[in-house]
Design a protein. Structure first.
Length: 253
């Protein structure tokens, strides 16, 4: 019995070592982003492959612009909508994470009580379904740049490691610059410049506060929930909320 326990332990240790070696070997070179602009992202590649599987011709409009050529109105709108504490945290908004856990606990407890399956001495709250507010801009960038669409603990762990590396290697200004240039703003539309030209027929440098808030309102789900063609009322409601929040955002760079 002891022999097989030892064998199993050694197998588990070996598996962990192999996994760590793989993670280290395949970990992205974050440092090069200090001077190099990404030409594509994991999300863009996924969308292209997805479109090709459907037998369609993929589209990709992605026009890089330095952050100085993207209106500060959009900087503030995106921060107001996605990560108001961007300049205060180190990549992880622990207050938002704590609130997500607490919300999951309350909702899970309520559901358990309704189903008659609640025992305060033997009840474990469910894993939280993190909403947009708990996912910082740095975390979103880590996912968009390097990760797949799968949901797993391993992927979340890799996201955390990449988020930490992005914050360590890059300035907040650079993180926001890359984010504004690669995020999805519609079918085949990536980055602020392509989005501004598509929706407003102008460069991102000339976006008004209202236009910036409109674009920022789409970010959580530009293809579905906050697609202005599918759900214009939802987009307008979020646009108004973002405009209220923009006045409280101070750009610290």
């Amino acid at each position: 019995m002891w022999y097989w326990t030892k064998v199993l332990f050694l197998v588990l240790v070996g598996a962990v070592v192999v996994w760590l070696a793989f993670e280290i070997f395949t970990f992205p070179d974050i440092g090069k982003l200090r001077s190099e602009n990404p030409k594509s992202t994991s999300l863009v590649d996924y969308r292209i492959a997805e479109t090709q599987r459907e037998g369609k011709t993929p589209r990709k409009s992605m026009i890089w612009q330095p952050i100085t050529q993207i209106s500060p109105n959009l900087h503030r709108a995106v921060l107001a909508g996605e990560d108001a504490r961007f300049f205060e945290h180190n990549g992880f908004d622990w207050d938002a994470i704590e609130k997500a856990w607490e919300e999951a606990r309350r909702e899970g407890e309520k559901e358990a009580k309704e189903e008659g399956d609640y025992d305060p001495n033997d009840w474990i709250p469910p894993m939280p379904k993190f909403k947009r507010g708990a996912s910082t801009i740095t975390q979103q960038l880590a996912k968009n740049l390097y990760l797949s669409e799968e949901r797993s603990f391993l992927r979340k762990g890799r996201e955390a490691a990449i988020t930490f590396a992005l914050e360590k290697e890059l300035s907040k200004r650079r993180i926001l610059e890359i984010y504004l240039n690669v995020i999805e703003w519609g079918d085949g539309i990536y980055g602020a410049e392509a989005a501004s030209r598509f929706y407003f027929k102008k460069s991102a440098s000339g976006l008004s506060p209202n236009e910036a808030a409109f674009l920022a309102a789409m970010i959580p789900s530009p293809l579905n929930i906050f697609n202005p063609k599918k759900n214009p009322k939802r987009v307008r409601r979020r646009q108004r909320a973002i405009m209220r929040g923009m006045r409280h955002i101070r750009l610290k760079y």
